[in-house]
Design a protein around this ligand. Structure first.
Ligand SMILES: [Cu+2]
Length: 248
């Protein structure tokens, strides 16, 4: 028996809306620019695919049973009543359990990979949040960049080299957020957070404070320019030759 024309029309109308929504949401994810962000993006996609399969199977079964077994006008009798089915119950217990265990294992692997510490030799940068901008200090050369609310700083970093950020705060909690790195980590007074990463794509990436920290929170923007290692060394020596930035 075929579903009535009206039901089919609803399905045909809903399908493009669902596809368009999925594409729009997919387009909102920043394209990853670090090795760690690539692993995180891969994990997002695995979760999205697993959720998509579950959604399609569950929605299709519900839709099919609603249409196939809908009541007929004037028919008050109940359909055949089934009390338990061992095989079916084992299957619908085992499948979600295996799915959750699998997702847990790959999540733990990605978490371990992204939290891994760089070996020595990484470019070390201290990131200090203050009301209301950022102070970036290259710990190996002493070069310092200080932003002002109307003069956001640009952090220059090498592509393909390990970078180690030490995150601290001078006053209240801020959050170091770079969408293309799929990275957001708080800077907390009295605590040094650490994030290690490797940028694998040259370009300029916007960042901002992601923790409401007072009146000019919205002006705590900055950018990261990722360049070839030789260009980074040249830029660093130019910065060393400049007088230090004024304190805000
Ligand atoms: Cu803030």
């Amino acid at each position: 028996m075929h579903p009535p024309l009206k039901a089919r029309r609803v399905v045909y109308a809903a399908l493009p809306i669902a596809v368009a929504t999925a594409l729009a949401l997919g387009g909102c994810t920043a394209s990853p620019a670090t090795a760690e962000a690539n692993s995180v993006a891969w994990l997002y996609n695995v979760f999205l695919a697993a959720a998509g399969v579950v959604f399609v199977v569950v929605a299709a079964l519900i839709g099919w049973s609603v249409i196939r077994y809908r009541g007929q006008a004037g028919d008050a009798s109940l359909p055949p009543q089934t009390h338990g089915n061992l095989i079916l119950e084992v299957v619908w217990w085992a499948l979600p359990t295996l799915l959750v265990i699998g997702l847990f294992v790959i999540s733990a692997q990605v978490l371990n990979a992204t939290d891994k510490r760089s070996p020595s030799g990484a470019v070390r940068v201290r990131v200090e949040g203050f009301q209301w901008q950022w102070r970036f200090t290259y710990l190996d050369s002493g070069v310092q960049l200080v932003g002002l609310p109307d003069r956001p700083p640009q952090l220059v970093l090498p592509v393909g080299e390990q970078i180690s950020f030490e995150l601290v705060s001078a006053d209240v909690i801020h959050s170091f957020y770079i969408p293309h790195f799929l990275l957001k980590r708080d800077t907390i007074p009295g605590l040094a957070n650490r994030v290690d990463l490797t940028i694998d794509r040259a370009g300029t990436y916007g960042g901002q404070c992601a923790e409401f920290c007072g009146l000019l929170h919205a002006r705590m923007v900055f950018s990261i320019r990722a360049v070839a290692p030789s260009d980074f060394q040249r830029w660093l020596s130019e910065q060393r030759a400049l007088p230090p930035s004024p304190s805000p």
